[in-house]
Write a protein that binds this ligand. Sequence first.
Ligand code: ATP
Ligand code: MG
Length: 441
Amino acid sequence: MSVVLKARKLILTGSTASTSKSLAHTLLIENGFITPSSKGLYSLLPLGQRVIDKLCRILDVEFQKIGAQKVSMPIIGTKQLWDRTKRWDAMGAEMMTFEDRSKNALCLQPTAEEMCTDLVANLSSLKKSMFPLMLYQINEKFRDEMNPRFGLMRSRQFLMKDMYTFDMDSNSAQKTYSNICRVYDRIFKNILELDVIKVEADSGVHGGQISHEYHLRSNLEEDFVDVCKTCDTFTKSSSCQCEIPNSKKSEFERINTVEVGHTFHLGTKYSKEIGAKFPNSGPLDMCCFGIGVSRLLPAVIDALTISKEAIRLPRAIAPIEAVVIVKKSLMTNVLVEVTTSTATRYLKGGVMLDDRSEISVGKRIRDANRLGIPFIIVLANSTERSMVSGQPLIEVFSTQPKSDEVIPHGTLSLEQFVTFIQNTEANPVLSKFPDFQQASN
Ligand code: ATP
Ligand code: MG
């Protein structure tokens, strides 16, 4: 049985945001998605949690489809292990460290290359058939950022999807790397429908051979990519020559962005130091793949929202997919149940009944627009009038990324409404997802 969510319970607003350069951050606080706890630390409220749950579900489905397996590793790491790759010191002040009662130095994990390599090194019976071994987790990471800012964009605790893969040799690792990069493209471009920018990147403190970053455009000056004006190629190091033969010296335009994902072909850097190897063979060849899950919440809002009037999110991760707004005098009418259950049957991302009948219908439509709910179904004056004829009509509106207005679709009978929903299945990929609402209840 699907559950119809109630607006009175789900919408927990009240916090006022202090002035921020980040539109997404202000909207997330003022609309009850998140609430500040202390510097760089935030709680997710039910609306924000639903977006994050949907993101995690997409990641689970897409990565498990290619054979990756989900694990959970401790969020506490030991200096002893981090010292084996000399990264305890290399991480510097960003690492949040503490001691246990026996004076052992520990940290809250900022990332988990060492821990996952150690996990594999401790497996006693590796068999060829296990490779590529692809393990991922979605859990909290901790970094004592010099300047935490813009809420979940740069926080001190954040949710990361981190995957570590192990292959018997470098060639197979490169294949694994390309396979997983293809899944990244599908998630960002096909499912979330984002204009993601992929660039070759520096491997930094993680080390390794090849690395790519995934960026979204942003009005914040968090990060950048340069685009070549001649060949439209994106780069992080604009000393590179344009790929078009005989072109003049390349000219680049700098675009402000935020990094939402990072992939690395690490090679044997970690496996050599930590001893993850196949019996009678060399160290395993590794890759690692991160996605900033909680950062995606403000990052996608920044990318898709055009004004402070209305949050916009990809349909796949909007906190609810449809709201049914009912005029007070119709609240007990059987039509409410028929409409919500029909919507729930066809829209798998959750249907909310706006039961706040003390608020005018117009104001509740504006609220639904502000929350970025993709479908707004209204049972009000037109419905009441049409009921006399025995063929009740409902008013239907939708909201779209990169617009801050509701789009009216007129009055429809329930059958027409079902056809409308079926035809507006903008993204065929989504229809293959199991019912989010059932799974989460
Ligand atoms: P940045 O350059 O933005 O500081 P990073 O390169 O240090 O990020 P990685 O180590 O590559 O981050 O971590 C993988 C992903 O985790 C990043 O792509 C980003 O989306 C996310 N992430 C990193 N730091 C934070 C943070 N402080 N708050 C939220 N998300 C973060
Ligand atoms: Mg990075």
